[in-house]
Design a protein around this ligand. Structure first.
Ligand SMILES: [Zn+2]
Length: 246
């Protein structure tokens, strides 16, 4: 007797509607889905160069807002000074338009009018500010002073890849959120590379998904969940709709 059909995580639950895919990404998602527990979510997949540029603006916006949030907490003056100076650094290279990235329902929009050189310089600034911000969060014990989800602040200081090096434009990289330790373990057992970024795990399957080897432990439960895959197969068609709107 197998597990109930709802033990298989549904594609609509597993993949956020804003995630973009190309065929290689879709294959990876379909191959790995049976191995991941409910509550796990793919939050990013394929990104074009333009979208990688957009991602820098997204992080610029997220970091700036997180700094504002921390400035509203009861912190010592030295930390306040550092945070204010980080904000000044960020404001010295502002996207055009200056807002709308953090809460955008559509990755890639708004579209920034800045030149590529300006955006690449912004990547340097954002990266440096993230490192400083991480120090303040740690040294000022921010996690104990805020009611905000720690992962939201971790996202603000999570490294953002240079568009020249970003693996998301290959289509074989996924950002997966949930129980980070579990995600990293399962990813590695499926022949992937995993890097825990705090707010999520950056995963890569450069050579495809390997379900033959170390995945045995998860394979056992996946066999029982196979019924669920068949039942939910029709959802794969819906994904294409997501790709079109995202
Ligand atoms: Zn990533």
């Amino acid at each position: 007797m197998g597990l109930p059909t709802d033990s298989q995580i549904k594609l609509t639950e597993f993949v956020a509607p804003t995630v973009l895919t190309i065929p290689i990404t879709e294959k990876i998602i379909n191959d790995i889905r049976p191995f991941f527990p409910k509550g796990t979510r793919v939050i990013a997949g394929y990104l074009s160069e333009d979208q990688l540029y957009w991602k820098i603006n997204y992080h610029w916006d997220v970091l700036r807002e997180a700094i504002d949030h921390c400035l509203g907490l009861d912190l010592e003056p030295s930390f306040v000074r550092t945070l204010k100076s980080l904000k000044t650094d960020l404001d010295a290279n502002t996207p055009d338009p200056s807002t709308g990235y953090r809460k955008s329902p559509k990755p890639g929009e708004p579209k920034d009018k800045s030149s590529h050189e300006t955006i690449l310089a912004r990547h340097q600034t954002v990266s440096a500010c993230k490192r400083e911000f991480a120090k303040v969060v740690k040294d000022a014990d921010v996690f104990k002073k805020t009611k905000r989800d720690p992962k939201a602040l971790m996202l603000a200081y999570a490294p953002v890849a240079s568009p020249n090096k970003g693996k998301h434009k290959t289509g074989y990289a996924l950002d997966i959120a949930g129980n980070n330790e579990e995600i990293a373990r399962i990813t590695k057992s499926l022949g992937g590379y995993a890097f825990n970024e705090g707010s999520h795990v950056h995963c890569e399957w450069k050579n495809g998904v390997d379900t033959s080897g170390n995945a045995a432990a998860d394979k056992k439960s996946s066999a029982a969940r196979e019924i669920g895959i068949k039942v939910n197969q029709h959802l794969i068609n819906q994904r294409h709709c997501f790709s079109q709107i995202a």
